[in-house]
Ligand binder design. Structure first.
Ligand SMILES: Nc1ncnc2c1ncn2[C@@H]1O[C@H](COP(=O)(O)OP(=O)(O)OP(=O)(O)O)[C@@H](O)[C@H]1O
Ligand SMILES: [Mg+2]
Length: 302
């Protein structure tokens, strides 16, 4: 499938995958696709950063290649490594079958056959449906040397393997980087990318997301859920609930046949939206009721 030719087209393409994309995110995504620039998405947890890469890949019929970042991630896990076991077996087999021609052995061992391709190298390879979507997820978890390495790979879209030569992407992959901002990512890497801060959605947008992801929830309940979660986000919590938690909570309430929130139901299901005991403790006693009353007063009749 061809890349979308307008911001509206991006939004409706993503809507087709049940991904609700506001105008600002739609614009930066459209520009990233059109200009062939990596898209850097930073924001709170559970706000749809990873999901947009998945939705985009599905919508465009592209392969999704994901590089999950973690501390200590190195080139062997991100780009390629040699299959040492396979190489050893090949050497033994050559020895067993008689004369080992040492001059040729090296050429035979460092070939495509023994190359294990990791996400960055896979993303340079042509794919049947067009260039893949390369998701470099949670880049803030890696360390600076890896970031510098990425910077290079993303600027030329090529990888050099000393024994094989340089592999160049015939068509650059669609690159999406995400970060939870547990640390600042280096300016040089950000400069290569188009940047967008993914914030918590507005009330109306979160209702739209809930309708897309948990369509069984009735309107009254959806509005209560979203209003309550949005109200919670204004509290001083250790970990505020993201959109993922809103959806989870709605699914829990549906499974319990709840049609409207009550302080008791909230207390029983709080674990779906708050994941720290200190945060949960803050809503104990009459606090859940107080917040619910406040939320109800603010909701106009649907
Ligand atoms: N705009 C949206 N449209 C539809 N679903 C959404 C949207 N935003 C979030 N979601 C839902 O929330 C879930 C979590 O989103 P996602 O995993 O992309 O969050 P994230 O920003 O990557 O979070 P983290 O920083 O924790 O990795 C998704 O599986 C999806 O169901
Ligand atoms: Mg994510």
């Amino acid at each position: 499938m061809q890349k979308p030719t307008s911001i509206d087209a991006v939004q409706s393409l993503l809507a087709g995958q049940d991904y609700v994309c506001g105008r600002a995110l739609g614009t930066v995504t459209y520009l990233a696709l059109t200009l062939g620039r990596p898209l850097f998405l930073e924001g709170e947890a559970g706000t749809g950063k990873t999901e947009i890469a998945k939705a985009l890949a599905r919508a465009l019929g592209r392969r999704l290649i994901r590089l999950q970042c973690y501390e200590g991630l190195d080139a062997a896990s991100a780009v390629y490594e040699w299959n040492f076991t396979g190489q050893m077996i090949a050497i033994r087999a050559a020895e067993a079958s008689g004369g080992v021609d040492r001059s040729h052995l090296k050429d035979e061992l460092f070939t495509q056959e023994f190359l294990i391709e990791r996400p960055l190298l896979q993303a340079m390879r042509p794919q049947p449906g067009g260039a893949p979507v390369l998701l470099i997820d949670e880049i803030d978890r890696t360390d600076e040397p890896f970031e510098a390495f990425l910077l290079e790979a993303l600027s030329d879209f090529q990888v050099t393997i000393p024994e094989l030569g340089t592999i160049h992407a015939p068509e650059p992959p669609i690159v999406i980087l995400t970060s939870n901002r547990t640390r600042e990512v280096h300016d040089a890497l950000k400069r290569r990318c188009l940047y967008h801060w993914v914030d918590y959605p507005t009330f109306d947008r979160e209702i739209e997301i809930l309708q897309a992801r948990a369509p069984e929830a009735a309107e009254v309940l959806s509005r209560e859920i979203v209003a309550f979660v949005q109200r919670l986000r204004t509290e001083d919590l250790f970990k505020k609930p993201g959109v993922a938690e809103t959806i989870d909570w709605a699914k829990c309430l549906l499974a319990l046949d709840v049609i409207s929130l009550s302080p008791e139901v909230i207390a029983d299901t709080l674990g779906a939206i708050l994941k720290y005991q200190d945060d949960i403790a803050k809503l104990q006693g009459s606090e859940a009721k107080r917040l619910l009353d406040e939320v109800r007063a603010g909701l106009e009749p649907a």
